[in-house]
Design a protein around this ligand. Structure first.
Ligand SMILES: [Zn+2]
Length: 94
């Protein structure tokens, strides 16, 4: 996701990731909660898309916007069945 720069009325500057169709023109400041506007900066594509960039971006994002999970990891279960044959469902379970 692209990184957009914002500056608030109090003078704080920060970056935030958004998809290109979701980036707001204004948002709340991450540090002081004042109104912050998006500022236009040069595009930095040199590191975008690399594994290191994705790892840093994911780490930074998880501090403020942790992923929402619906199940505990040990309750995840199998997402796809081992077999699709309906007769196998009638076999005894161990
Ligand atoms: Zn601020």
């Amino acid at each position: 996701m692209p990184l957009y720069s914002f500056r608030c009325d109090e003078g704080c500057s920060f970056d935030a990731s958004y998809t290109m169709d979701e980036v707001p023109r204004k948002r709340a400041c991450q540090q002081c909660d004042a109104s912050a506007v998006r500022i236009i900066t040069s595009v930095n594509l040199s590191r975008a898309g690399t594994a290191a960039f994705r790892a840093v971006e994911s780490s930074l994002r998880s501090a403020h916007e942790p992923d929402v999970v619906s199940k505990l990891p040990h309750q995840a279960g199998r997402s796809t069945p081992i077999t699709t044959n309906p007769l196998h469902a009638t076999l005894p379970r161990t």
